[in-house]
Design a protein around this ligand. Structure first.
Ligand code: ZN
Length: 318
């Protein structure tokens, strides 16, 4: 077996580089050269800073400052003079709906959940330069863990396509009018029997996609359920019409991608299309659908994600 050895070639460009570039040929630079380069760098930076094309067209503010999994992150964009169009807000490459909230201000909700990876989320706003993007850091939050043992026969109720389609359409609702004002009210006076975000093991196997997508309130059958905030009733589903899993259900659209869902109800006091006010009775607590006892499950959806209703109740969202 013969082996061919190819000698390393020195290319013509390598010679040209050393022959023609005086900076590479000279071993030491004079003080004059160093000073000239320093002045050139400073001058370039000054020109870049003062160039009007690189002034921010929008100011971006993020709330809360240190969000954690389950929080609804608000991105407030304030347009500076000259910026007229509604900005497009993108977070980690995904576009989120943005609405004018008065004056030169716009607001974008970025929902998060236990399924959102902790870490850095980079925001891009169209028209904002220079391309040094603001970002927020989503903190990890520890959620309660339940261990559930299912017997082979306990497959339970699977639900119908009809109810899943209706509930999905409710989560996807995006209407431009903002109906809610101020913090959300507690929808039931019952005690909280299950918190938001609880994770589960089924027969020892961690359920990757499961988290408790709301808050449960336990109270006697027939106890009132009130609307936590104003909105339009866009979903009424009943066991008799195929809501086998959710049971009797109400969905309220609070506007701008925010909605509340109420499931396992005993009775329903509203119709689809109704406008409801905060505190208005909409139904009563029950144990319909896949439920083991009378309780209300209340879920808050923001742009399709079940977020922690806590911050909506406590501080409220602009
Ligand atoms: Zn629940």
């Amino acid at each position: 077996m013969t082996r061919t050895v190819t000698p390393m070639k020195q290319t013509a460009s390598m010679y040209r580089l050393t022959a023609l570039n005086p900076l590479l040929r000279r071993r030491q630079w004079s003080w004059r050269t160093v000073a000239f380069i320093a002045i050139a760098i400073v001058a370039t930076l000054l020109v870049a800073m003062l160039n009007p094309r690189q002034v921010l067209a929008y100011d971006v503010a993020i709330q809360p400052a240190s969000p954690q999994q389950g929080d609804t992150v608000s991105i407030f964009v304030t347009a500076n003079a000259g910026a007229t169009q509604v900005p497009t807000v993108t977070v980690n490459g995904e576009i989120y709906p943005t609405f004018a909230i008065g004056g030169d201000r716009y607001r974008t909700f970025v929902p998060s959940s236990p399924l959102h990876n902790p870490g850095r989320y980079v925001i891009q706003v169209t028209g904002a330069e220079p391309p040094r993007n603001p970002a927020f850091w989503l903190d990890r939050r520890s959620f309660q863990v339940q261990r559930i043992t299912l017997s082979a026969s306990a497959a339970g109720i699977e639900g119908t396509d009809h109810e899943f389609d209706r509930v999905q359409a409710f989560k996807d609702t995006l209407s431009p009018t903002k109906y809610w004002t101020g913090p959300f009210q507690r929808p039931s006076q019952g005690r909280v029997s299950s918190e938001y975000g609880v994770r589960r093991y089924y027969n020892g196997v961690f359920a990757d996609d499961y988290y408790h997508r709301g808050i449960d309130y336990a109270a006697a059958t027939g106890s009132p359920v009130v609307a936590p905030a104003a909105g339009r009733v866009t979903l009424v589903g009943r066991v008799a019409n195929g809501f086998e899993l959710h049971g009797n259900t109400i969905g309220i659209d609070h506007g701008q991608g925010v909605g509340s869902i109420f499931i396992h109800l005993n009775s329903i006091a509203v119709n689809e299309g109704d406008m409801v006010q905060a505190g208005q009775t909409i139904g009563t607590i029950g144990s319909t659908g896949a439920s083991t006892g009378p309780h209300l499950h209340w879920g808050v959806y923001v742009n399709g994600v079940a977020v922690d209703p806590g911050p909506w109740r406590n501080g409220g969202m602009e």
